[in-house]
Design a protein around this ligand. Structure first.
Ligand SMILES: *[C@@H]1O[C@H](CO)[C@@H](O)[C@H](O)[C@H]1NC(C)=O
Ligand SMILES: *[C@@H]1O[C@H](CO)[C@@H](O)[C@H](O)[C@H]1NC(C)=O
Ligand SMILES: *[C@@H]1O[C@H](CO)[C@@H](O)[C@H](O)[C@H]1NC(C)=O
Length: 507
């Protein structure tokens, strides 16, 4: 259960983070070689790490951002050129702040041990994830800066000052609520801390990392114009002095730039830690809009055009690589569907990660050699007495992922009986296709013909890797639904705060 709670905390952090498309260091003509992506692992049936690494390489992602420092995940990138950001979770910040010993031990175990000739190319350590979210009620406000200083000292003591940089991925609500990008400053209650952090980052020439959420602005904001969330132009752009903004990404990014200018760091690189668009679980979360947003985002980043205040190269990490079907849905049913790829590494939509820069259109390459369970599904047997169907449907959905069934989801048009089949199958796959997981008081049966209905896909689970232990249906392990963590509600607050900020940029 501790592990599950930890994963939930991470999931929460991940959601809150904005997809980082790393624009710094971007080199025109290098195609997608410099594009970053977030690799989250809160899934009931995660892909084996070596398959994910191949997926990253096949699609030419150059930078990978993690949400913790799982040694198996980090080691899976040994010997590759992938530039890795490892992370200290928020719950470890207090220990890092308390003294240099904890930070030194962390760096030794989670950075130094993975380096060396032919090792892992670790370039960044994220010190916390969005520690200043309003939703945290200040819990991490006082420990983040001391933790950053101690981690910097530990990196320097380990001889890594030049090669591994500490950063602090921030949420958008670190900013004041000014409608104009040029007028943005750090939130008054955070200003002294942000000044310290900016100074510390500047001393090591580290970027300022911020997460941006046009999707959440659209979904959670009121009267947010949909065209302003995208990059194809907006009929009544925001005019800010001599600058004109027709997309919320540029406006938000330049808001951060302005805050740094005011703080005295006009040249600090701003890197977008998370940015993306989900594909299910909300009326605005579908493949059409996600494909449009992510393609326009990649094109924007790779064009080298930059923003009105920062023409030139941008850096960003896409959120996210894969769907994560065990994340909390408290932020919204879309939460499990941010992946550019499905949970099993299959391709969701066409996306040219070179942004046309390479001259030839490229497309995503799906995961190879995925160890699926056999081609069998669990569905309702409709000739049975269906009086217990609603209760069994609820049971399955409370323990598996039914977010596609909800309003706006990819399976929202199903009948009640199809709903039951969908839920039964999700539960069955989550439970490793155990025979006992396809019973539901005698209502269910295993079939070998794909029961998918149009765009509503009935999935086959990814087999557990040999290192993890399967658990029986209903036990607290693999089948536990992510409903109990107190953290996800913070995510909602965060999202709303971020949306409010971004919405405020639009008069
Ligand atoms: C290294 O990171 C892992 C995973 O985040 C964490 O559990 C562990 O405590 C860290 N090691 C040290 C010495 O802090
Ligand atoms: C995607 O969502 C938008 C906004 O809700 C909607 O107008 C559009 O029809 C949807 N497209 C598909 C293919 O579902
Ligand atoms: C199918 O399940 C969803 C999610 O629980 C629910 O909103 C919808 O009403 C159900 N459909 C039918 C026909 O009962």
């Amino acid at each position: 259960m501790v592990a599950v709670a930890g994963r939930q905390a991470l999931a929460f952090a991940r959601v809150a983070a904005v997809v980082l498309l790393c624009i710094t260091g971007w080199q025109l003509g290098k195609g997608n070689g410099e594009l970053g992506v977030n690799w989250g692992t809160i899934s009931h049936d995660p892909l084996p790490n070596n398959i994910v690494v191949k997926l990253l390489q096949d699609n030419n992602f150059a930078k990978v951002k993690l949400f913790d420092a799982d040694p198996n995940v980090i080691e899976s990138m040994r010997g590759t050129n992938l530039e890795v950001m490892v992370a200290i979770t928020n719950d470890m910040l207090a220990a890092m702040a308390a003294g240099t010993d904890a930070a030194a031990a962390w760096v030794k175990q989670n950075v130094t041990a993975h380096l060396g000739s032919g090792g892992v190319n670790i370039k960044y350590v994220a010190v916390g994830n969005e520690p200043f979210l309003n939703g945290y009620n200040g819990k991490f406000t006082d420990v983040t800066y001391p933790a950053l200083k101690n981690v910097q000292a530990a990196l320097a003591a380990a001889g890594l000052a030049e090669t591994v940089k500490a950063v602090v991925p921030c949420n958008a609500d670190i900013l004041s609520n000014n409608p104009l990008p040029s007028q943005q400053t750090f939130r008054s209650d955070l200003a002294p801390i942000m000044l310290n952090i900016a100074q510390a980052l500047d001393s090591t020439k580290s970027p300022f990392v911020v997460n941006l959420y046009p999707f959440l602005s659209l979904v959670l904001g009121t009267n947010f114009p949909i065209d302003y969330a995208f990059f194809s132009g907006y009929s009544t752009p925001l005019v800010d002095g001599t600058k004109t903004y027709d997309n919320v990404f540029d406006a938000s990014y330049d808001g951060v730039v302005s805050a740094l200018v005011t703080a005295g760091y006009p040249n600090m690189v701003v890197s977008v830690g998370e940015i993306g668009w989900p594909t299910d679980g909300n009326a605005y979360a579908n493949i059409t809009l996600a494909q449009k947003f992510n393609q326009q985002l990649v094109n924007h980043v790779e064009s080298g055009k930059g923003t009105p205040l920062r023409p030139g190269k941008l850096e960003a990490y896409v959120f996210s690589l894969l769907d994560e079907n065990a994340k909390s849905t408290l932020p919204g049913n879309f939460e499990r569907h941010w992946g550019v790829f499905n949970f099993d590494g299959s391709v969701k939509y066409l996306l040219d990660l070179t942004g046309g820069v390479s001259g030839t259109q490229t497309r995503l390459i799906g995961a190879q050699n995925v160890p699926y369970y056999p081609s069998q599904w669990c569905v309702l047997n409709p000739i049975k007495d269906l009086s217990t169907l609603p209760a069994n449907l609820d049971y399955a959905c409370s323990r598996a992922d039914c977010t596609p069934l909800t309003t706006g989801g990819s399976c929202s048009g199903l009948t009640l009986q199809q709903n039951a089949s969908y839920a039964f199958n999700q539960y069955y796959q989550f439970n490793n296709q155990l025979k006992s997981a396809c019973d539901f008081q005698g209502l269910a049966q295993v079939v070998t013909t794909d029961p998918s209905v149009g765009s509503c896909k009935f999935v086959i689970g990814v087999a557990e890797s040999s290192t993890s232990t399967p658990s029986a249906p209903g036990s607290a392990g693999r089948s536990a639904a992510s409903t109990s963590s107190p953290l996800p509600s913070l995510r909602i607050l965060i999202s709303i705060a971020a949306a409010a900020i971004v919405a405020s940029l639009f008069p």
